[in-house]
Unconditional design. Sequence first.
Length: 273
Amino acid sequence: MEKLIITAAICGAEVTKKHNPNVPYTVEEIAREAEAAYKAGASIIHLHVRNDDGTPTQDKERFRVCMEAIRERCKDVIIQPSTGGAVGMTNEERLQPIYLKPEMATLDCGTLNFGGDDIFVNTENTIIYFAKRMKELGIKPELEVFDKGMIDMALRLHKKGFIEGPLHFNFVMGVNGGISGEPRDLLFMAESIPKDATWTVTGIGRYEMPLATMAIIMGGHVRVGFEDNVYISKGVLAKSNGELVEKVVRIAKELGREIATPDEARKILGIKG
Ligand code: KMH
Ligand code: ZN
């Protein structure tokens, strides 16, 4: 089985210090959390950034400073900025970090309810537009799919030439509005992508570690972090993203799955580097 790629989603756009005081906002806090995750075994940092007061931003300069700070402490880590940003942002606002030419970025493959009255909007034309820009800049998209229909959308756009292979999916499961995070849901998602595609799973909240464990067994990859879950165990807040990554590493070791370095992750994902 391929080595395990661990992605750390250290910050997110919606989670706040009220949920867990260790959620990073400042450049220093973001670099600290990235380093903790990297040292624990993460090879990819999925990155959102904030203003110092915690409000989410997709500002290119803020991304530049945060990415430089991460790079200083984590020499070879893959930095994967979000193009999802936060609910309500415009397309141009969301796209800003790709102009820093990261190796990877997220590409959200459909619209979904996002709790309450929130809608995370990704029309077909938006997805095509983002995919085209990323292709032009040579950025590997991580195809974020929150439901099975979004896999089908990604496959259609791949067939039409908008999204280049090798395809790499991120099954985001357990969002209030997307597919749930039961074992049968993960089996269904994993069986719905082409055999030569790779996948990682993001379990939201209580689904995080059970789905991570399934992915380790099934040959998929794993994302954990404060963006998705702030607890290390039931009712106990995680001290850092590093603690969440350490838990995945422990489970993987018990199950006999080795952890990929960033360069090994590049090879598995077909990133030139
Ligand atoms: N914050 C969510 C609305 C992504 O990073 O591409 C979108 C999100 C997805 O987090
Ligand atoms: Zn994100």
